[in-house]
Design a protein around this ligand. Structure first.
Ligand SMILES: N[C@@H](CCC(=O)N[C@@H](CS)C(=O)NCC(=O)O)C(=O)O
Length: 242
C-alpha cells in the first residue's frame, strides 16, 4: 500500500516534515498534488479533495493510509514514527519525541510569522513594517532560545551527532534538520553568527543530511527548493541586512 501525501505542490512548507519521514522510512508514497492536473494533482484539486475527505482535515499536510485520514504534522509523524521505527517503542519515549516535534511546530509557526505577523490573509508587502519588527525579535531572542534548547539536549546526550531522543535517529531529528536548514535559508546572517554556539545541532544536521535515503532525497527532484512561497523565506530585510 502506498501512502498518499496531500500537500501544496510548490513548497516544502509543513509537508516537508512528513516527506522527510517517509523518505527516511523508505516508504512508498504518492505526493498527490505534485502529479499533473489531469491525474488529480495541483492546488485546486487539493482544495477540492479537502472538502471530500472524512473526517475533514482543517489544513494540509494530510496523510491517507489504509483509508485513514490524518492531519496535523505532529500527529502524522506520531503515526509514521511508530510504524517505521522513527521513534522509541515505549510510550514515554514516543511522547517525548512528540513533545520535541510540537516544540519544532512552535518554531515553524514563529518562522512563518516573521513574514506574516499580522495575518496569513494579507500579502507580505502589506505587513512589511510589522514583519521587520517581528523578525528582529525572532532573530535576536527566539532563534537563540529555541536552538539553544535543542543544543542543550544534544550536548547532554554526549557523542557528536547524537539524536535528540536516542542514539538512533527519530523523526524529531529529521525535523530539527529541516528547521535548521530552513532558518539558514531565511536568515543566513543571523544563523552564521550563531553557528559557534550550535556545534551539536550542526553536527546532527550533518548526520541527518548524510543518511543514505535522505541524501538521495535531497539530491532528487522530489526535494522542492526553498522559495518565497513557503514557511522559510529569504527576505534580506528580515535578516537585518537592509
Ligand atoms: N498545525 C497545522 C498547521 C497546518 C497549516 O497551517 N497548513 C498550512 C500550509 S503549511 C495551510 O495550508 N493552512 C491553511 C490555513 O491555515 O488556512 C500542522 O502542523 O499541520
Amino acid at each position: 500500500m502506498a501512502y498518499e501525501l496531500h500537500y501544496w505542490p510548490s513548497i516544502q512548507g509543513r509537508g516537508e516534515f512528513v516527506r522527510l519521514a517517509l523518505e527516511e522510512a523508505g516508504a512508498e508514497y504518492v505526493d498527490v498534488a505534485r502529479r499533473p492536473l489531469a491525474d488529480g494533482g495541483g492546488a485546486r484539486n487539493l482544495a477540492q479533495l479537502m472538502d471530500e475527505l472524512a473526517p475533514a482535515p482543517f489544513a494540509p499536510p494530510i496523510l491517507v493510509a489504509d483509508g485513514v485520514v490524518l492531519a496535523q504534522t505532529a500527529n502524522i509523524l506520531l503515526f509514521l514514527g511508530h510504524r517505521h521505527d522513527l521513534a522509541p517503542r515505549d510510550e514515554i519515549g514516543r511522547l517525548l519525541v512528540n513533545q520535541l516535534q510540537l516544540t519544532i511546530a512552535d518554531v515553524v509557526d514563529e518562522a512563518h510569522n516573521t513574514h506574516h505577523p499580522l495575518s496569513s490573509g494579507l500579502y507580505y508587502e502589506d505587513q512589511k513594517d510589522a514583519a521587520k519588527a517581528y523578525a528582529e525579535h525572532f532573530r535576536k531572542e527566539r532563534i537563540p532560545k529555541y536552538l539553544g534548547y535543542f543544543e542543550r539536549i544534544l550536548k547532554g546526550n554526549g557523542e557528536s551527532g547524537a539524536g535528540l531522543a536516542s542514539e538512533a535517529l527519530t523523526y524529531a531529528d529529521l525535523s530539527l534538520f529541516q528547521v535548521v536548514r530552513g532558518l539558514q535559508y531565511a536568515f543566513p546572517i543571523a544563523m552564521e553568527s550563531m553557528a559557534p554556539k550550535l556545534e551539536a545541532t550542526l553536527a546532527l544536521v550533518e548526520r541527518v543530511a548524510q543518511q543514505p535515503r535522505i541524501a538521495a532525497y535531497l539530491a532528487s527532484e522530489r526535494r522542492i527548493p526553498f522559495n518565497e512561497e513557503g514557511v522559510f523565506r529569504h527576505y534580506p530585510e528580515l535578516d537585518g541586512e537592509i
